[in-house]
Design a protein around this ligand. Sequence first.
Ligand code: C2O
Ligand code: CU
Ligand code: CU
Length: 541
Amino acid sequence: MITRRRFLGQSALAASALLSGRSTAEQMAAHAMTQPGAQNGAPAAPNLDPNTLTRFVDPLPLPRVARPVDHRAAPGGRGERVPFYRVAMQAVRAKLHRDLPATTMWSYGGSVPGPQLETRSGEGQLIEWVNELPARHFLPIDYSLHGAERDKPEVRGVVHVHGGKTPPEGDGYPEDWYVPGQSRTYYYPNRQDPALLWYHDHTMGINRLNIYAGLLGLYVIRDSVEDALNLPGGKYEIPLVLMDRDVKPDGQLSYPVSADPEHPWVPEAFGAAHLVNGKLFPYLEVEQRKYRIRILNGANGRFYRLSLSPEIEINQIGSDQGLLPGPVTVKHLQLAPGERADVVIDFAGHSGAQVLLMSEALTLMQFRVASTAVSDRSALPATLRAVPRIAESSAVNTRRLTLDEQLNMVSESMGMLLNKTPWHMPVTEKPLLNTTEIWELVNLTDDVHPIHLHMVKFQILDRRRFDFFEYMTKGSLRYTGPAMAPEANELGWKDTARVNAKTVTRIIVPFAGYPGRYVWHCHILEHEDNEMMRPYEVAAT
Ligand code: C2O
Ligand code: CU
Ligand code: CU
């Protein structure tokens, strides 16, 4: 199972030069004690076992499409008028399941996921993100994390469009948060290929809590080239936002805490309740024809490995940054937090079938196939879009950057770092605008970390095992196995890549877009909130 990664790997601990007096066994015991509610010393009320609920009683909700308020002049001053949206962060009472009491969540625009933003390549838009959240947070803040100290307001928000090629002032820099009663208006030029992007909170130190609370939504870019492919569209295009949560029997969200009330941060938060578009075990009635299904893994830390039961072919046509060169048939569709997949599934010939969307042994939702046959004029073309491979020789610079696991001396818990450098240190990565670089991501940990770079799209070159001991003792990188090419469904443009344990993953990145300050980070939100994030700067030439 990929769903649970090891946190306190023996080898990682042994390799850490920062071991305090606390033994591995003690730390493991502390980790095992980790449970919701332990924070206040009160016995924790157990979380709901979702398997006690009746399945497939709620129809799959589809996010409503956002409507612009009006049109306004785009910044930059060429007189161009663009759609202007206003989206408010606000508390909401959401029904996760027919038989559960309403759950308090935080939303964009009153629903989780929030309203779906729809735009076209090259058509800019303005969005005013209004913070209308309540004055108090309802999830356990860890004040010992950088950026979440007690002198900071408890409730803060800032919005990032994940996968967006956005100028830095509108990218949602983690420290650009603002409090209830305030808003920011960001301009999105959308000068990029059609793709399924998503927007979510990015607030320093509490990002994991804000997103867990429900602050996420989809952002779709289309264009005429994609339209001409005649893929299933309209009501035959279905977005699926996957995320896991723990809920109490009274329906309220439960976020895990460590055994230490001063440092409630946990290295990973996995829930037993798997929400699809905000519902537990929803169903969707489908016709006997092709559907385009666009999937986001919006979970804090869970990796999904999707399949259909009974088995129906999953044809993947796109990844994070848009269409693949051609469809790829996948048996198991693996998605790390932050990754997206665009797939076509043909339900023709499955009259009356009840098809389950599964992740390993977990059931996520049900498709109910109609019994009558219909004609289907949509297509699944063999060629989708050219994705020329970037030549390694075009890179002007290669950076070797490590993913590290280290014991945090303050909290005595394991923390993760990028290149052994905490967030507040000066910027070290300053690629030049319009140049291409290779980043060698050297994963020294026992976990898979999905690494995401803001503003850019990149390609995965390869993955390769190396001699860990030699690296730790001599600092030299000696490969111990062959370079493995990316999976067939990773041959498109990416913005988030799985960097496997004890493996070097090489990505090639054209830094095209805008100069300025951005971030790169692990998309396991617990890691990101605890120093597994670094600024980087695109330097103007
Ligand atoms: Cu999903 Cu920094 O982003
Ligand atoms: Cu992003
Ligand atoms: Cu990570």
